[in-house]
Write a protein that binds this ligand. Structure first.
Ligand SMILES: *Cc1c(COP(=O)(O)O)cnc(C)c1O
Length: 311
């Protein structure tokens, strides 16, 4: 399979002793895998998958990339950046309609030169397919979340990077959106060493991870938490806000309210119910999402309250 290189590897795997202590873990029990530092475009997990998708698109003679997502899609923003880096036009089919006071990922989509098509309440998959058909032969349709059977190899590589440094890793905690990140980790590590935190992005996360892992694994074997979805994908819950401030104040790292903050809240919950214990080796995957924080009204309000900002 053809693949382009968009980033430098391996990403850092940093010890997180102050976060570990705050959770009641030992100082050498916890690491954070810094996939938020994958470049270009502001970082995030989609870069690993886009290397495979863009490689295949270029091999097939593509001159444009078409993909879809939520208005604040990190995947859309990173597709826009990858297209800019590779000299491909990018069209983003985004859910809903443009809102007043928009911020975050959409600002960056614009800077990277992507064209945005607002899908309203139409099916994103259908509008993206139509848009690609209108553009003709040179358009390559990048799947939702950049997840395909081939692209999840990007997270097989991530698992290899972690194994190279921590061969006996017990648990990698990762946010689950379109499912590709968890699927790639499971493809390499098996089901028992990966804990997926459902972010409520799709209705069938377990089916998706099973399908894209493409290994003989039973659905009961997959380790999932569905208790962090809260009131839904785009709603900042108290547990996620608490996890974001905890990681910010112990390790100086910014998580996003939709994905990486939920992964951290899942880690907190897993330590509380002893799914994850002191003396084990645990990795929290930081999958990026910082621009999305500034596009999330609830998270911005929460941060301003922490700053004592008069509202
Ligand atoms: C998309 C995304 C995820 C989820 O990854 P999937 O491979 O779609 O499951 C996690 N974190 C961030 C920041 C993301 O943008």
């Amino acid at each position: 399979m053809p693949k382009v290189t968009l980033s430098q590897y391996p990403t850092p795997l940093e010890p997180a002793p102050r976060l570990a202590a705050a959770l009641g873990l030992g100082p050498n029990d916890l690491w954070i895998k810094r996939d938020d530092l994958l470049g270009p475009g502001g970082g995030g997990n989609k870069v690993r998958k886009l290397e495979w998708l863009c490689g295949a698109a270029i091999e097939a003679g593509a001159t444009a990339l078409v993909t879809s997502g939520a208005a604040q899609s990190n995947h859309a923003r990173l597709t826009a950046a990858a297209g800019a880096r590779l000299g491909l036009d990018v069209v983003l089919v985004l859910a809903g309609a443009p809102q007043a006071n928009e911020n975050g990922n959409i600002v960056l989509d614009g800077l990277f030169g992507a064209r945005i098509v607002w899908a309203g309440t139409d099916s994103l998959d259908e509008r993206a397919a139509e848009t690609a058909a209108e553009l003709g032969e040179g358009a390559s349709l990048i799947p939702f979340g950049g997840t395909s059977l081939d692209s999840v190899e990007g997270y097989v590589s991530c698992a290899d990077e972690i194994l190279a440094e921590i061969p006996a890793v017990n648990t990698i905690v990762a946010a689950v959106g379109s499912g590709g990140t968890m699927a790639g980790l499971v493809r390499r590590l098996g089901a028992e060493r990966v804990l997926g935190v459902d972010c409520g992005a799709v209705s069938d996360p377990v089916d998706r991870v099973l399908h894209f892992a493409n290994r003989p694994i039973d659905r009961e074997q997959l380790r999932f938490r569905h208790d962090l979805v809260g009131e839904g994908y785009a709603v900042l819950s108290d547990s996620v806000a608490a996890a974001m401030t905890l990681v910010a104040r112990t390790e100086g790292l910014v998580l996003d309210p939709v994905y990486s903050g939920r992964a951290a809240a899942g880690l907190v919950a897993a330590v509380e119910d002893s799914t994850i214990k002191a003396g084990e080796r645990t990795v929290l995957l930081h999958s990026g999402g910082l621009p999305g924080l500034f596009g999330h009204r609830g998270a911005v309000e929460f941060g301003l309250r922490q700053a004592g900002h008069p509202r």
